[in-house]
Write a protein that binds this ligand. Sequence first.
Ligand code: APR
Length: 311
Amino acid sequence: MHRKKIALIGAGNIGGELAAQAARLELGDVYLFDIPDKLGIAQGKALDLEQNGSILGYDVRIVGTSNWDDLASSDVAIVTAGIPRKPGMSRNDLLGVNLRIIRSVAENLKVQAPDCFVIVISNPLDAMVHEMKRATGFAPEHVVGMAGQLDSARFQLFLAREAGVAVKDVRAMVLGGHGDTMVPVLSYCTINGIPVRQLIPQNRLDAIIQRTRDSGAEVVKLMGSSAYYAPASAAVQMARSYLYDEKRLLPCAVYLRGEYGVHDVYMGVPAVIGGRGVEKVVVIELDATERQMLDSSVQGVREIIAAAESL
Ligand code: APR
C-alpha cells in the first residue's frame, strides 16, 4: 500500500484551491506543479496549506515543485496549466497558447505517470482534453474533462434561487460542449422529483439557461479572471470518485465512441466514474430540441478540435 499521490499541474487560482480541497479531504499527498518562474508560488502555497493542516487537523504532504520527476507514479493528475480568460475573451481565444502548454504537459505525464487518471480543466476544455488523450496516448477511460458538473452547478443554483427552494433539492444536468453551445437538459431537471417546468415558467427558464451559458463570462467580468472555487470542487469530486471507486454518475467530458451517435470527440454526457476511470457512458433519451442542441454542440466541438489539429 502507498499513500495516493495527486499531481496538480498548474499552481494558479484553481490549482491552489484544488490543493486546499484535496488536502482537507486527505485524498493523498499533493504535488503542486508549475513552471520554474512560478516555483515560489507553488512552494509558498504548499507550505501555507501544510500549516493550515495543523489548524484543521489534516495531515498529508503538500509539495510545491517545478520538477517533473517529483510527479512520478502519480495516481491522479488534474491539469489547469495554461492561461485563463480576461474580460471580453471567449474560451476559444485561449486555444493557441493553451494547446502548446497541454502538449508539453502531456509529454511529461506520459513519461512520469503513465497509469494516472487525468482530469483536464484548462480551456477551451473540449479541445484540450481531446489533445491530452491524443498526445499521451492514454486510454480514453483515463482522460476526462471537467465542465458538465460546473455548468450543472451553475444551472442548479439559478433554478433554486428562482423557485425559492434549497439548491440541494434541485437536480439538473448540462451536457454538450463547455461553451455557448452547452445543452441544459430541461426534460431531466427536477426539484425533488417535480419536473422543473411545473414550477418555473418557460420565459424564466429561458433567461436562466442564458445566464448559465454566460456564467463563466459573468465571473470573468466581475473579477477580471476566471472562476476557481466551483471548478476546483467539481474536479475534486471526480478525483475522489476515482480514488474511492465511488461510481458517481457525473456529467463530464468523455470520449465518445458511438454513444449518442457521436464518434471520436469529447463531449459532456453523464458518465460513471469509478476505480477503472470512466466505467460507463450513460445514454439518455433527449427530446427533439435537446437533440438538436446536442448536435450543434457536437459541431462546435468538432470545429475547435479541427482548429487545434491545424496548429
Ligand atoms: N506547466 C505547468 N503550469 C503551467 C504551464 C506549464 N507548461 N504553463 C502555465 N502554467 C501555469 C501558470 O504559470 C499558472 O500558474 O498554469 C497556471 C494557471 O493558473 P491561473 O493563471 O491562475 O489560471 P486558473 O484560473 O487557475 O485557470 C487555469 O483553467 O478554467 C481554466 O480557463 C481556465 O485555462 C484556464 C485554466
